[in-house]
Design a binder for this molecule. Structure first.
Ligand SMILES: [Zn+2]
Length: 541
């Protein structure tokens, strides 16, 4: 019973000590009401959803669908009345890839169709092929010797856990409780060095390269692993199997199988039974254009038009579903946010600019390319294995050099955590924006938007902006079915989108962008991460 009283007292203390900071933030509630009305009564967000997910579909960076999505978003933004809607190149990226056909069945000891998907950037089978299965467990380069000379013409059933399936005891759908939000609000002191160093990352990439070379040297017929996670249920999480870089393409087909089908084969092999599979996979590589593109468009500002407020999301996806929650959701709410602002014919003081990025799934490449071109970067790393590291991962390479445009961007807002409604904002350790966002958030308390946390959140495109000193933010979102079902899976499709949540996100993002565009000052900034001394070489004991 004591804690609430204490909280009231300390809140009162803050209010009377620093009234200038906490009360001056003006919010134009009349415009907020109009934004809400437009976003809740005239929403186009599910129209955009069907256009992107149903008519275009998967959007693997470099694929023909990625290009269609770039062009479609550019044309939609033009049709809404945005200015200067165009595609901006970054790159070179590498090879494009798309899957056209995949079919797999067991032909012995039983005849049965199997659920599989091709792993990105791996080749097809060049027609129907049949082969015997062999179980392999390869965790690092040391394991190659166990299998050398034994795998020619075989289909490798790869993976270490045969008993992966557990019953689903908790609902895969979740919203954040007050407790969850309170925990998110607690700050955690981050480590001095990022969890993954560029050296670790280069080491992992080298292992994948060596593994693919091993498959090729041993002349295996194909490699099949199983979906991640223990829930199964026909949901298959699939990413890449090879490199998109020219000259590094793997020559062996690779597939990911539904866990329940994979475990059957693994059990039969453990019982020393012969298992034969028939595979037929068609994949195409595209080498006509090494560059990739971001979609960019603007609502021009008025008295402060040389200053910019940015909003964005990544447009690319993985290939087994249609990239609905990752990150069609982010894309369509950003489109809807600018549509709302345009429909209300607001005349923003600052220019509002939307960026829909490609290459996010391969390492934030599209936003990094844009930021490097316009705002700044760290020097490249010298080690050839690390020369492609984005700015945010190359703190060991030296300090940031910024360009003049960097000083003109007030903020960048990003959405990339699925279809769940917004519950707050990660402040990325920028304390000075807390009272500002607190005021901007208040009109949306009735929609569950209540939490500010000093924490950093990672994994997506706001980091490209944050790395060069531009205030970049990602929102706290309800998880819905993101980790459990849709994130990088074959079931990341239109039906998993939550229309009311998407309307809530669109309205709040439109309001935040409006508030930032109308504010007297740009948003306060925090210091840029300092360069790190080069990591000492780790010796294997
Ligand atoms: Zn994403």
């Amino acid at each position: 019973m004591q804690r609430p009283t204490r909280r009231v007292c300390s809140l009162a203390l803050i209010l009377c000590l620093v009234p200038a900071v906490w009360s001056q933030e003006k919010v134009d509630l009349e415009t907020i009401s109009r934004i809400r009305y437009q976003g809740f009564r005239n929403s186009k967000v599910m129209e955009y959803a069907s256009g992107l997910m149903d008519s275009i579909g998967e959007r693997l960076t470099g694929s023909p669908n990625m290009k269609r999505a770039n062009e479609w978003t550019r044309d939609q933004l033009t049709a809404m009345g945005l200015s200067n809607s165009h595609l901006e190149p970054w790159g070179p990226f590498g090879r494009g890839w798309a899957n056209q056909y995949v079919n797999a069945r067991m032909t012995s000891p039983d005849i049965v169709p199997l659920i599989v998907y091709s792993k990105a950037w791996t080749p097809g089978t060049n027609g129907v092929v049949t082969g015997k299965c062999v179980r392999v467990v390869i965790e690092d380069q040391k394991d190659f010797d166990k299998y050398r000379g034994k795998l020619a013409g075989m289909i490798l059933i790869m993976g270490s856990d045969a008993d992966v399936i557990k019953p689903i005891t908790e609902a895969p759908f979740k919203r954040l409780t007050d407790d969850d939000l309170a925990k998110t609000g607690e700050y955690q002191i981050p480590s001095e060095r990022p969890m993954f160093s560029p050296a670790d990352r280069a080491k992992r990439q080298q292992f994948v390269k060596d593994l693919n070379q091993f498959f090729a040297d041993e002349k295996v017929l194909a490699v099949i692993d199983h979906s991640r996670g223990t829930a199964g249920g026909g949901t298959v999480f699939v990413q890449s199997g090879g490199s998109y870089k020219p000259g590094e393409t793997t020559t062996i087909p690779q597939l990911t199988m539904a866990s329940e089908h994979w475990t059957r084969i693994a059990r039969l092999l453990q019982q020393k039974k012969d298992v034969t599979l028939e595979l037929n996979v068609t994949n195409t590589f595209y080498d006509d254009d090494p560059m990739q593109y971001d979609t960019i468009a603007e609502i021009p500002g008025t008295d402060k038009k040389d200053e910019v407020v940015m909003l964005g999301a990544h447009l690319d996806s993985w290939h087994a579903g249609t990239g609905a929650t990752d990150n069609g959701a982010g894309t369509i709410v950003m489109m809807e946010a600018v549509r709302i602002l345009k429909a209300l014919d607001i005349k923003p003081r600052r220019t509002i600019r939307i960026g829909l990025w490609s290459g996010e799934e391969e390492g934030l490449l599209g936003s990094q390319g844009y930021v490097e071109q316009h705002f700044g970067a760290r020097p490249r790393m010298e080690d050839p294995g690390m020369k492609d590291m984005p700015t945010l991962l190359r703190r060991e390479a030296g300090p940031i050099t910024v360009k003049p445009e960097q000083a003109k961007v007030s903020a960048y807002f990003n959405v990339d955590n699925g279809s769940g409604k917004l519950r707050g904002v990660y402040l990325q350790e920028n304390e000075a924006v807390a009272p500002i966002f607190d005021a901007w958030m208040k009109p949306f308390k009735d929609l569950g938007m209540t939490t500010l946390t000093m924490r950093n959140t990672g994994g997506t495109d706001h980091l490209s902006f944050d790395a060069v000193g531009i205030p970049g933010f990602q929102f706290i979102q309800d998880p819905i079915e993101y980790e459990t079902r849709t994130h990088h899976s074959n079931m990341d499709v239109y039906d998993r989108l939550q229309p009311d949540d998407l309307k809530q996100i669109s309205v709040i993002v439109a309001s935040f962008v409006y508030d930032a565009a109308m504010r007297d000052q740009m948003l306060p900034r925090k210091p840029i991460e300092k360069p790190l001394p080069k990591e000492p070489e780790k010796k294997d004991e």
